[in-house]
Design a protein around this ligand. Structure first.
Ligand code: COA
Length: 549
């Protein structure tokens, strides 16, 4: 069925939309560049002087030349921990703060022809030590590896826990120890755990290589130890150099903690490529259908999205610029029309799409529940395109039991066993966020456009609720309403919601897996679907994973 769209905007509006959204993307792209610059320039210069590669250069050398890297959460850590930052004359670096990209690069890339999950510490960010957000990003990558069934390659160069914040990275369930727990679980699930140690791997961090199936080290430049030389001297009085304590010679010849010793970083990364090439080949990521170009250009995507985030628009306008050949088998097109459901292909991979066209009502929730079950039974991955103010509210809807019908949709989305991908293109509010597979519903990946706004309700709605409550309190006390106080409450709420629902704020805290340019939507979703289709098969027998002996 050919997707027919009738773009209902004048060319002036289209141009105004485009200018607005392109400017928003350029602003995000500038911030992304500031994160990709890495830690302080001083730290980067010192790192280069030592003859070392920067973190993204390391990742590039690991991956197959010319293949795309789906880098995740580049904005992690944005604006956080500024109390630990050095003064910087560059306004963007000051806004970014000390924890560029959360101090760690993660993503899905191709090594020796197969997709792998990559985690690489950035030693120019406070010695590669783990802030709370570093940890969250590392654990997220492991969750992605588990969901996609991908081997993990860790490029280790880290001073372990960021000591001034140890209470936020060490003791709790989702803290440092969870990295190694996950490595044991991933290994037992048949997913190889592999490390290249390119610098220090200290204290708790020593367990990343120690828990790996195979470990490559660089002679004279990498070290693994539970306590570094200063700690050893303090604890035992023994004076020992890095190399004597935990260098490549020690671990590859004496302790057996590592396996291969290479002369430099380039050869160590090449050695890891050789190791990955020995893994069982996943089934090829060739799409089941020949990929076909969309009917309309991706460059038009920003033109179809209104400047005003609360103005509804037909999501088919997005789909026709993303899916293959405009081929969309729409489900119940005349029922529950505020949700568009249908099956399409992206780069030849089938996908079952749910896209908002206004608030959800009971019919839309029932249609979604039916559609999700069907996609699950047919083993088609789900894609949620979120632009959702929430569910309809009011007496009639409550009496018709909208909470019950919404709960059906939430249950189907939560329990669907096919992979789920979510893209937040506009608002993501209230129970709409839940039922459209927001972060808490564990989508395999969740991306956001610069126009995304995530909050329990819109700022306008929150300001109205809070001022209505305040007015009712005055009335209950029979006192006259303090209009100045109400106005100030309203202004404060609007400003707070505007700042905290902005995409940079959420991405900094890992509420998503990255902010993408609208025109890259098809490439990003296509890469994700192809990685999903080529994960390793489930491990039928292993109970314990690989012990390092
Ligand atoms: N916690 C907090 N900050 C740390 C840190 C940690 N674990 N490790 C390094 N840093 C900081 C340093 O204070 C320094 O910050 P600054 O730039 O603001 O001065 C920055 O990271 C670089 O450290 P530096 O020692 O100058 O760099 P290096 O490249 O010569 O050495 C390490 C890097 C990681 C080998 C070294 O800093 C180190 O041994 N750190 C402590 C490791 C440790 O014992 N960790 C225990 C964690 S459980």
């Amino acid at each position: 069925m050919l997707l027919r769209t009738q773009l209902d905007v004048s060319s002036d509006t289209f141009t105004a939309n485009q200018e607005h959204h392109e400017a928003a993307w350029r602003a995000v792209a500038d911030v992304i560049r500031a994160h990709k610059a890495g830690g302080s320039p001083k730290a980067a210069a010192r790192h280069k002087e030592r003859g070392k590669l920067l973190v993204r250069e390391r990742v590039a050398q690991l991956l197959d030349p010319g293949t795309p890297f789906l880098e995740l959460s580049v904005l992690a850590g944005h604006g956080l921990y500024r109390e630990f930052a050095e003064r910087d004359s560059d306004a963007l670096l000051t806004e970014r703060g000390p924890c560029a990209s959360g101090g760690v690069v993660t993503g899905i890339g191709i090594v020796a022809g197969q997709p792998v999950a990559v985690m690489a510490n950035d030693p120019t960010v406070k010695g590669g030590s783990y802030f709370p957000i570093t940890l969250k990003k590392h654990l997220r990558l492991q969750a992605i590896a588990a969901n996609f069934r991908l081997p993990c390659v860790y490029l280790v160069d880290s001073g372990g826990a960021f000591l001034p914040m140890q209470e936020e990275v060490f003791p709790d369930r989702e803290h440092f120890g969870r990295i190694f727990y996950n490595m044991a679980q991933l290994s037992a699930a048949g997913l190889p755990q592999l490390s290249v140690v390119l610098g220090r791997s200290t204290a708790g961090g020593a367990y990343v290589p120690a828990m790996s199936d195979e470990v490559v080290m660089v002679r004279g430049a990498s070290a693994i130890y539970l306590g570094g030389p200063p700690l050893v001297e303090a604890a035992t009085g023994e004076r020992v150099s890095d190399e004597e304590l935990g260098g490549a010679d020690v671990h590859c010849r004496i302790s057996g903690v590592a396996d291969r010793m290479e002369k430099d970083e380039a050869s160590a990364l090449a050695a890891m490529r050789e190791i990955v090439a020995t893994l069982p080949r996943p089934h090829a990521a060739t799409p089941p259908h020949p990929p076909q170009e969309p009917l309309r250009s991706a460059d038009e995507l920003t033109g179809v999205v209104p400047v005003n985030p609360s103005q509804p628009y037909d999501p088919r306008e997005i789909l026709v610029r993303v899916i293959d050949a405009g081929d969309f088998v729409e489900f119940k097109p005349h029922y529950g029309v505020t949700l568009v459901c249908g099956i399409a292909r992206i780069m030849g991979f089938p996908v079952a799409i749910l896209a908002n066209f206004g608030p959800l009502d009971a019919a839309a929730a029932l249609k979604a529940s039916h559609f999700v079950q069907m996609a699950d039974q047919r083993r088609i991955p789900l894609l949620f395109l979120q632009n959702i103010p929430g569910f309809f509210v009011g007496k009639a809807h409550e009496r018709a039991g909208i909470a019950r019908d919404g709960a059906k949709m939430v249950r189907c989305v939560a329990n669907a066993s096919v992979p789920k991908l979510t893209l937040v293109v506009g608002g993501s509010h209230g129970a709409g966020n839940y039922s459209m597979c927001g972060r808490a519903y564990d989508p395999h990946l969740l991306f956001a456009w610069p126009s995304a706004k995530v909050s329990v309700m819109s700022g306008e709605a929150a300001a109205s609720v809070l001022t209505t409550i305040k007015t009712a309190q005055y009335e209950a006390r029979n006192t006259s309403v303090d209009q100045a106080q109400l106005a100030s409450l309203r202004q404060k709420t609007l400003a707070d919601y505007a700042q905290k629902s902005e995409v940079k704020y959420g991405s900094a805290r890992l509420w998503d897996d990255g902010v993408i340019a609208p025109r890259d939507t098809r490439n990003v979703l296509g890469l994700a679907l192809s990685a999903l289709a080529s994960g390793l098969p489930p491990q039928p027998t292993t109970a314990w994973g690989v012990y390092r002996m």
